[in-house]
Design a protein around this ligand. Structure first.
Ligand SMILES: Cc1cc2nc3c(=O)[nH]c(=O)nc-3n(C[C@H](O)[C@H](O)[C@H](O)COP(=O)(O)OP(=O)(O)OC[C@H]3O[C@@H](n4cnc5c(N)ncnc54)[C@H](O)[C@@H]3O)c2cc1C
Length: 507
């Protein structure tokens, strides 16, 4: 198999570590999830402005937990007089895409229902919207970036182009991303390192992702780290590739070593680093992958861009293909909307259900368009979306039909369909379809989710953060391991307020 494992592949469905965005100023607009047990929302229902725990928020998981943990679900369901060509379980990127492909194949009159247990669509690609003093400040609650069109399959490119994300749009996104905004794809922009000291935290700005791989100025930067001189010397040798740390092994032994030994074991045993130094090399990985260096092989860690490429002799050329371009490349390898990939979800929803934002044009104004959630589930539209609805059973009733049971606001309903796509959590699927085979269950249990927290904090102003000299910093010894200014990008028609700042942190 020659296909490359991209960062997106790693992130896809196997979630990740932790971070924070600080937003300014003050409080967000909070709304209660005051929908009724019918499918209609109150006119002010607008989940992107909700605060508190988003994503798997209270009210979204209880029904699924009762089913998966205790085998409990309603015995009787109110059968709605609704029959669909397709029911999609899950309105994340996969479910939205499934609906798009189905509509594309079957035509615009195909009857499609999307069901999702969250109070908003998008799954991992969620939008956070803040309002203060007449300004809108955008942040994201999950998936961040789009990649170059060349990293997507022909099928995915077809979808992206249809919603307005083509090469021209990506070029505009590059132009709309300030050069100092690392998370927006400007990989050479300053990205700092913040280390606690007895005098408080010390932030060292500079291109630390570059320093990790012997980028210009790495020796001086490492010497600024508040760690023992002996550790600095070892890091300098490691980052700069002064020696091959596996040179006592044969080629075959090297190959077996990098595939079986943990990255942290390699760092302590072969590079000789103290355990206290390891977090400096690990914040990047734990945010991208979830597990720490003790749970990743050397090969897995290096493939994600962890330091060490230059200290691996024969492996360097091989791995630079995988990770070098990501970490060291000058060209942008990621593109960003101000609410991250939530804009992709919005573009898809708009394509499927245009009534949610009748005046919206598409790519050029997706970030600033208000969505009318009441239009998601209208009898008059062929495609409908029903939020706050947890599916608890999917059963073939005969060879051509399927019955889908779900619970909305404590009330059990069922609908019928010709087809059903399960674009929901893999771990739950065996509970929805208990008759599935052992092999299918095993296949579904492959991906394991890791808890991951983003915190968006709205600040009155960005002066203190600006004083760090970087829009992004890694905080390897703190609960939130990445801290960033919120997107300063202007794609999708968005103008970030000049006087306000968001900071964004990954825990
Ligand atoms: C923090 C983070 C950062 C990421 N960054 C990037 C990035 O920069 N670029 C990128 O391309 N990808 C990124 N990803 C990966 C990307 O977000 C995911 O691959 C993608 O969003 C997965 O979409 P999905 O629809 O398969 O799953 P999900 O987004 O998980 O959607 C599944 C949906 O199904 C719903 N659901 C589950 N069970 C039920 C049920 N029983 N009934 C009804 N609904 C149900 C869930 O609530 C959810 O809304 C990131 C992911 C995370 C977590």
């Amino acid at each position: 198999m020659t296909s490359k494992i991209t960062r997106r592949d790693f992130l896809n469905g196997v979630a990740i570590g932790a971070g924070t965005i600080l937003l300014m100023p003050g409080q967000l607009l909070a709304q209660s999830a005051g929908f009724t047990a019918t499918n209609k929302f109150p006119s002010d229902y607008y989940p992107p402005t909700l605060t508190g725990m988003r994503g798997s928020h209270e009210g979204s998981y209880e029904v699924a937990h009762a089913l998966a943990w205790n085998g409990q679900k309603p015995a009787v369901y109110q059968e709605l007089d609704e029959h669909y060509d397709l029911v999609v379980v899950g309105a994340g990127q996969s479910g939205l895409a499934a609906a798009w492909y189905y509509q594309k194949k079957m035509g615009p009159t195909a009857k499609i229902l999307l069901l999702d247990n969250h109070d908003d669509f998008g799954g991992h690609a969620k939008r956070n919207e803040f309002h203060q003093d007449g300004n809108m400040v955008l942040g994201l609650g999950g998936a961040q970036n789009i990649e170059p069109m060349s990293s997507y399959s022909a099928m995915a490119v077809e979808l992206l182009k249809d919603i307005g994300v083509d090469d021209q749009a990506l070029a505009a996104m590059t132009a709309n991303t300030p050069d100092d905004y690392m998370l927006g794809g400007k990989i050479s922009a300053n990205n700092g390192m913040t280390i606690p000291t007895t005098d408080g935290h010390k932030t060292l700005s500079g291109n630390w992702l570059g320093f990790f791989h012997g980028g210009q100025g790495y020796e001086a930067a490492v010497k600024e780290l508040p760690i023992p001189e002996e550790e600095q010397t070892k890091l300098i040798a490691f980052f700069g590739g002064d020696r091959d740390f596996l040179d006592d092994l044969s080629l075959l032994e090297q190959y077996r070593y990098v595939k079986s030994v943990s990255y942290n074991q390699f760092l302590t045993e072969r590079v000789g680093l103290a355990e206290e130094t390891l977090p400096i090399l690990g914040a990047f990985t734990s945010v991208l992958l979830g597990p720490a260096g003790w749970s990743l092989t050397v090969l897995e860690a290096l493939s994600t861009g962890c330091p060490g490429l230059k200290a691996m002799g024969w492996l360097t050329n091989r791995l630079s293909d995988l990770a070098g371009a990501f970490v060291l490349g000058d060209a942008p390898v990621a593109y960003m909307f101000p609410d991250g990939d939530a804009s992709v979800a919005r573009l898809l929803v708009h394509k499927l259900i245009p009534d949610v934002a009748p005046a919206m044009k598409g790519f050029e104004d997706v970030a600033i368009s208000n969505f009318n959630y009441a239009a998601l589930d209208l009898d008059s539209n062929p495609t409908r979306m029903r939020l706050n609805s947890t599916v608890v059973g999917v059963k073939e009733t005969d060879v051509n039909h399927v019955k889908v049971d779900y619970v909305q606001q404590g009330q059990p309903f069922s609908v019928s369909a010709d087809h059903c796509v399960l674009a929901c959590y893999n771990g739950l699927i065996p509970h929805l379809c208990p008759e599935m085979s052992k092999e299918q269950r095993e296949g579904l249990s492959y991906g394991v989710k890791v808890p991951f927290v983003y915190a968006n904090v709205l600040l009155k102003n960005g002066r203190a953060f600006a004083g760090l000299g970087t829009t992004f910093t890694q905080c390897p010894y703190d609960p939130f391991q990445w801290v960033s200014a919120a997107p300063t990008v202007t794609s999708g028609g968005y103008q970030p307020p000049q006087s306000l700042t968001i900071q964004w942190q990954y825990l």
